[in-house]
Write a protein that binds this ligand. Structure first.
Ligand SMILES: NC(=O)c1ccc[n+]([C@@H]2O[C@H](COP(=O)([O-])OP(=O)(O)OC[C@H]3O[C@@H](n4cnc5c(N)ncnc54)[C@H](OP(=O)(O)O)[C@@H]3O)[C@@H](O)[C@H]2O)c1
Length: 369
């Protein structure tokens, strides 16, 4: 896999201007192109960049950190959870809460952990045993929004993990990062699912991706060679709770659907498997944390029809080209992942059809009003 340093990504971020975002694309291109040609397009001393980033946030008032689990965590057996307010972060918080693990959920509202100095202080004060980064920028209501908020997307998905890496390495703190399988499209040339050693084929380097996927791939590059780090790849989360963030709910709510094949992740199985990586001290590195197998959108809607008997008739776009012309601003990643590296550690992920069926059997419809 290619390696991009946090300095290079941070440099990109400092030149981002939302108003001139086409310039950012060009910069991303320059970055990867420079790499391809063996040159380093953004080589600047790390300290310079660290200062630039720190200065931009240093004058914000320092705020108090809060613990979300009513008990005072001990100073040496606590897990720091960044982004605990988010969809994925709150699933980690519920898991840790249920398991009685001391943790400290951190939101930017309380401590701006995107600021290097603030994160360094937080770690020094908390002395955690492990850190989970569930923070990142995700377009809402969908990935198209990232095309309009490029600076935030690059900051949240590439600069932030790179900076966390540097701070955790300096503190000797092991940590795990929620990444994404959206850096791939399709299947491997041999027909199999993508493994952790396959280079991304939906990234700025391959020039076919959304801005979001490009940033996620850059984020992974920033963590390449990182010691004591887990990279957990999540794909299209779902569970039994009807919500605008749940893939199954999205299928129920969207007017027309794109039929595509994907590996997807049951949210609670995902967070449990990630945390188990740490609890069982499996080797650090990248893990595809998806349910076993893959499903097409049509297979999922058949399961929805069987279990929920919705009044709605599911309609599909004729083709991906029609979808792109009429409903999307940026290409979508649809891909099949191979989770056998994770399964080989003894950590289980259920077959994808079983996980979907179980979610639909326990479906909790969102309260209206
Ligand atoms: N949901 C998915 O479909 C999906 C799929 C694959 C991978 N992922 C990855 O999983 C991670 C979490 O996603 P999520 O779905 O839980 O997102 P989310 O609901 O938007 O939560 C992300 C949290 O990150 C924090 N954050 C830090 N920097 C941010 C920034 N620049 N912009 C926005 N939020 C920022 C925010 O918490 P505070 O402001 O409270 O600190 C926010 O609540 C992301 O890295 C995402 O790329 C998500």
């Amino acid at each position: 896999m290619n390696r991009t340093s946090v300095t290079e990504v941070a440099r990109l971020w400092t030149v981002v201007d939302e108003a001139t975002s086409p310039g950012l694309i060009a910069s991303c291109w320059l970055l990867v192109d420079g790499k391809k040609n063996g040159a380093n397009a953004w080589a600047v001393p790390s300290k310079e960049i660290a200062t630039e980033i720190t200065e931009s946030t240093e004058d914000r008032p320092r705020q108090r950190a809060v613990s979300t689990n009513n008990q005072q965590p001990t100073t040496n057996n606590v897990i720091l959870l960044l982004g605990h307010t988010g969809y994925v972060g709150s699933a980690f918080a519920r898991l840790l809460e249920r398991g009685g693990h001391a943790y400290r959920g951190v939101s930017r509202r309380d401590v701006d952990y995107t600021d290097r100095a603030a994160l360094t202080r937080l770690i020094a004060e908390t002395r955690p045993t492990f850190l989970i980064n569930a923070a990142g920028y995700i377009g809402k209501p969908n990935v198209d929004a990232c095309e309009l908020h490029k600076a935030e997307c690059l900051a949240g998905n590439a600069v932030l993990p790179g900076m966390i890496r540097e701070v955790c390495e300096a503190a000797g703190l092991p940590w795990g990062h929620v990444s994404s399988g959206c850096i791939y499209t399709g299947r491997r040339a041999d027909g199999g699912g993508f493994t952790e050693t396959d280079p991304p084929n939906f990234s700025f380097r391959t020039d076919n991706c959304s801005f979001y996927s490009g940033c996620k791939a850059l984020g992974e590059e920033c963590l390449q060679g990182s010691e004591s780090t887990y990279l957990w790849r999540l794909r299209i989360p779902f569970n039994h709770e009807d919500s605008p963030r749940n893939y199954l709910s999205k299928l129920l709510r969207y007017q027309r659907l794109l039929d595509a094949e994907n590996s997807i992740s049951h949210l609670e199985e995902f967070v449990a498997a990630c945390f188990e990586c740490w609890q069982r001290r499996v080797p650090y590195g990248i893990y595809n944390v998806t349910n076993t197998g893959s499903v097409t959108t049509k297979q999922v809607t058949e399961l929805i029809k069987k279990h929920l008997e919705p009044a709605k008739q599911f309609e599909f776009f004729e083709s991906e080209a029609t979808f792109m012309q009429t409903a999307a601003k940026t290409p979508r990643s649809n891909c099949v992942m191979d989770n056998s590296k994770l399964l080989a550690t003894g950590i289980n992920m259920s077959p994808v059809e079983d996980a979907i069926a179980a979610s639909l059997k326990n479906w909790k419809k969102e309260a209206v009003g």
